[in-house]
Design a protein around this ligand. Structure first.
Ligand code: PMP
Length: 393
């Protein structure tokens, strides 16, 4: 049994010793004590179905034994600079990662986080082209250091950043965007930025294939090929941010960009590789997690779409595989964000033992990005809990 401090004590200590900028989910925040595959446990041993482990970014499942074993074995052996001294592990892992990549994406550079990977990618693009201008998308999230905050396009993540040389293009958002699902029309904005907002040359273009923090916004079809074409034509590099969408989560493909049929110049990734730790690819393959994401994700999306027929408040159900979004609106015509209702339902679902995330510009989108070991039964339980919570509104 749990003998640690209570939620109130933890909250008090957080308040005293941690930055006041930290926020937490739920009106009564959850004290997570243990995790096992797709489940989390609170201090009373109560089990919750984790529909949001992808944020951490848990692919294989919490405390997966193979991952724990690999980490413990390595820590017991040696943990030191892999640059100054030789060790086969880093070279083997680079080879394994390169084997998952299309085209001539065959060289790996390891960093500590997604933010650093994106900072490096932006710097490489700038050094390679000799240009400063970067094009990124509205509603994007790319990290929280100076450069990546500039590329991020959400006010709450911009703080006091000097946004030098970043242009935010129209977001190819099929639900809220002005051109609906016409990806090529949105891509014209990238061309316009190059033509009218720069010297005619850009360092690069960076985007997620499905925006995560932005509220599971899947790109309009045909967007990336057209946008990449405009950028490549003037010598810019195309960067795919796969931090949330990669590693088989979309089910149909291993990488998110593959669904749009493009090959980027640089691909960035982070915690998804190894359950929150940058290693361990084998489990994803051994346990067919990509296929599971496809099968369970399709089932989950079908059931969520059925829920949309039942409740007016659901404006949109979207995403691929196990990266799904449910956007709540109080008026389907005007798409008025149902922010308070989103929070309320999220709380109710927690009381029923199901955790989902939220996001989107208006905070009115449920983000469903569970560990990839999620089962069909888990998916049904999640939808049933959402159904019940909505029926009680
Ligand atoms: N890019 C995307 C798309 C992300 O969602 C995140 C954070 N989850 C990052 C970059 C930054 O990664 P990190 O938190 O590892 O710095």
């Amino acid at each position: 049994p749990y003998t640690g401090p209570s939620s109130e004590q933890i909250l008090a200590k957080r308040k005293q010793y941690l930055s006041p900028s930290l926020f937490h989910f739920y009106s009564k925040p959850l004290n997570v004590v243990d995790g096992k595959m797709q489940y989390l446990f609170d201090e009373n041993g109560r089990r919750y179905l984790d529909g949001f482990g992808g944020i951490a970014t848990v692919c294989c499942g919490h405390s997966h034994p193979d991952v724990v074993d690999a980490v413990v074995k390595q820590l017991n052996r040696i943990q030191h600079s892999t640059v100054l001294y030789l060790n086969h592990v880093i070279a083997d892992f680079a080879e394994a990662l390169a084997s998952k990549m299309p085209g001539n994406l065959k060289v790996v550079f390891f960093t500590n986080s997604g933010t650093e990977a994106n900072e490096l990618a932006l710097m490489i693009a700038r050094l390679y082209t000799g240009c400063q201008d970067i094009i990124s998308l509205r509603n994007a999230y790319h990290g929280n250091a100076a450069g990546t905050m500039g590329a991020t396009a959400q006010s709450i993540w911009k703080f006091n950043v000097i946004q030098s040389g970043v242009h935010h293009a129209l977001n190819p958002d099929p639900y809220r965007g002005v051109f609906g699902s016409d990806g090529e029309m949105y891509a014209k904005d990238v061309q316009d930025i190059i033509d009218y907002g720069t010297s005619g040359h850009v360092a690069g273009f960076i985007s997620e294939a499905i925006q995560g923090v932005g509220g599971i916004v899947e790109m309009a079809p045909d967007y990336l090929p057209a946008a990449y074409k405009s950028v490549k034509k003037v010598g810019g590099l195309c960067i795919a941010d796969e931090v949330q969408v990669g590693f088989g989560r979309t089910g149909s493909h291993f990488w998110g960009f593959e669904a749009q049929g493009v090959v980027p110049d640089i691909v960035t990734m982070a915690k998804g590789i190894g359950n929150g730790i940058p290693l361990v690819l084998k489990v994803i393959e051994k346990e067919n997690l990509q296929e599971n994401a496809l099968v369970v994700g399709s089932h989950l999306k079908k059931r969520l779409t059925e829920l949309k027929d039942k409740y007016e408040i659901i404006g949109d159900v979207r995403g691929r595989g196990l990266m799904l979004g449910v956007e709540l609106v109080t008026d389907r015509q005007r798409k008025t964000p149902a922010k308070a209702e989103t929070l309320h339902i999220m709380d109710q679902m927690k009381d029923l033992g199901v955790l989902v995330g939220k996001g989107g510009f208006y905070g009115n989108v449920f983000r469903i990005t569970p560990p990839l070991c999620f089962t069909k039964e888990d998916a049904d339980f999640l939808v049933d809990a959402m159904d019940y919570s909505m029926s009680k509104m």
